[in-house]
Structures are given as C-alpha cells and as structure tokens.
Design a protein around this ligand. Structure first.
Ligand code: DAH
Length: 339
C-alpha cells in the first residue's frame, strides 16, 4: 500500500513538471503494457484473496488518478501552447511584407478549354453545360444508339449502381439538353468532362474532356460545317494549317467524318509528334441524324444541322508537345508550373 501511494506521488510530481513530449513517456512508464501499475496488477495472482482485492483496487485507483492528471496536464499544455502561439504570431498589420509564394495558374486542360471556347465564341457560338451524370436516354437512345446496338461497344461506360444512371461517355448528350430547351436557330458549344471505363495508357485515361458543337437551322449544309471547322483551326493554330475530312461513322450524324489537321510542328512533312504521317486527328463530326432531331421533336423536314466533338486533351497535348495524357492528372507541380 505504501508503495502504491509512493508511486502515485512520484508520478504526479513527474506529470507536474512534464512537457508535451515527456507526458507520453510518463503514461507509458506507469500505465503502459509493461508499466509499473500494470506489473503490480499482473502479479496479484500470488496474493491471498483479501490482499488481491485490496491491492487490486488500490492499483486501479492509482491508475485512474494518474490518468486523470495526465489528461488535465495535456489540456493545460495545449491551452498554454495556443496562448503562446496567439501572442507570438499576432499580425502587425502596419508592416508590409514580402509574400514568398507564387500565384497559381489554370490547369493546361482548363486553359485549352478556355482558348477553344474563345475561338468558337468569336465565331458566334453560345456556351452551354450539361450534367456529368446522365440517363441512358441522353447518353445513347436520343443520339440514335438504341439498346443492344453494336455502336454501344465503342464507349465502355461507368454505370451507377442501383440507379438508371451513368457517367456520360461524351458531351453529345449536351446536344439533346440544348435542343429540348431551345428552338432553332441553335449555335452552341458544350465543353465538359467525360468518362470511359478504360485502362489508361499514354493516350487513354478514364476521365477526359470534350467540346461538343451543334448548329441547327433551316438550310444548314456540310459546307457550313467545313467552314466553321477550318475557321476554328486557322484561328487556333494558324492560318497556314490545312485540314482534311475523312469519311467515318457515328450513330448521331449522317454523313459523318473525322477531321485531321496538318502537324503544327512539321507542317505536314512528318515528325515524331504526328508519328511521321504529317496529320493529326482532332475531332469527329457530321450532319445531325434525322432520328436525333425527331428525338427532341424538331421537324426534321424543315431543319438540318451539323455537330462535332473535339477531344480537349488531344489538342492540348499537340499544342504543348506533351506525349503522355496521364501527366495531366498526376498534379506534379514540376509539370503544372510550365503552363
Ligand atoms: N461523341 C463522339 C465521341 O465521343 C464524338 C462526336 C462525333 C461528336 C461526331 C459529334 C459528332 O457531335 O458529330 O466519340
């Protein structure tokens, strides 16, 4: 008994003089797995029943006394540290000071979207946004991609469990939202983030960005589409850059095409960036399919339109000479600071 009282006194004395780091050591020394009091409790089996009760309850009592003191001391230390901090770090607003951090900047993908948007605005396009979580109707059905159609295989999709919803695989559903809300004439771009259930490599990532374009009115023809896209490329990359159209297939356009532009680095001669071909594919496009117009209750006998979908990362990679799409998403400051 005398020993236990002594232990308490000794411990409390130590606690009184402790600082934040020694406090933990004291806790271990008395209350830890092989601490002084724990040892006493462990050795009780060799005593008589009466002694066990007496010593056991004294030791447990000692434990809680010491523990409480340690907690109190901890609180006090915290409080006085804070007080001291408040005193020391008080700002003197009368002094001017040098701010040693550099300003942040826009992410290269965001910058590229802003640049693309500025060019299309100058060509008379409005800007709209659509949701990243879509229903099957907006992402597929309304775009003339019915259930079980093989075209669904080209856009492997993230479905949202327990809901009839998915992460949009392209910005094309933005076309449907715009047409549902507005009557022709329409001339709009829809920039945004899209998702594909894909393994990533140097040119693929499960999240990327597109800029969708749509124009609907009476008498819109493929010539309007060609003019707008070549204007865009000339304004964005330079008037000496040619583009070419290759026939292609998309469910929501007919006819459909893919557009290549001349490599800005070798001007079409062939280099590392264009993989020696002289050309870079930048977008898909075409004349809006009558079924898409019908899906939004437009008169497909009266109105025609064109649409296009541009890959933002592709354009950014090409513009800045970046050879791995994953660099955009690693948030390495050494990379980001270059923009
Ligand atoms: N949505 C297509 C994709 O993600 C791109 C696209 C192609 C958009 C043709 C269009 C278009 O609007 O007309 O692959």
């Amino acid at each position: 008994m005398k020993d236990i009282r002594q232990i308490i006194n000794e411990a409390l004395e130590k606690v009184k003089n402790a600082d934040v780091s020694t406090l933990e050591n004291i806790k271990v020394e008395y209350l830890g797995k092989s601490g002084v009091l724990t040892q006493i409790l462990k050795s009780l089996f060799s005593y008589s029943i009466d002694d066990k009760k007496r010593i056991g309850s004294e030791a447990n009592n000692a434990k809680s006394v010491i523990e409480t003191e340690i907690e109190n001391k901890k609180e006090n230390l915290k409080k006085s540290l804070l007080d001291e901090k408040m005193r020391k770090e008080k700002l003197d607003n009368s002094k001017s000071f040098y701010f040693p951090f550099s300003n942040g900047s826009f992410h290269p993908v965001i910058q590229t979207i802003q640049d693309i948007t500025a060019v299309f605005k100058s060509l008379g396009f409005a800007v709209a946004e659509g949701p990243e979580i879509e229903t099957d109707w907006y992402n597929f059905e309304a775009l003339n991609i019915p259930d079980n159609h093989p075209a669904r295989d080209t856009q492997d999709t993230f479905y949202i469990e327990g809901m009839k919803a998915l992460l949009r695989t392209h910005t094309s559903p933005g076309q449907i939202h715009v047409m549902e809300k507005h009557k022709p004439p329409i001339k709009v771009i829809v920039p945004g983030k899209v998702y594909r259930n894909e393994a990533s490599d140097a040119t693929h990532f499960s999240t990327f960005h597109q800029v969708e374009g749509l124009a609907v009115d009476e008498n819109i023809t493929f010539v309007d589409l060609k003019a707008v896209l070549s204007d865009f490329v000339h304004k964005f990359f330079g008037s000496d850059i040619n583009i070419r159209f290759r026939p292609s297939h998309f469910q929501f356009t007919e006819p459909s095409a893919e557009v290549d532009m001349q490599c800005i680095f070798c001007k079409g001669k062939g280099c590392r960036l264009c993989k020696s071909s002289g050309w870079i594919e930048i977008l898909g496009c075409g004349m809006v399919h009558p079924n898409v117009l019908k899906a939004v209750h437009y008169d497909s006998g009266k109105y025609t339109g064109y649409a296009f979908g541009l890959g933002v990362e592709r354009i950014a990679m090409f513009k800045y000479g970046i050879d791995d799409i994953r660099l955009f998403y690693e948030n390495d400051l050494r990379f980001l600071k270059q923009f």
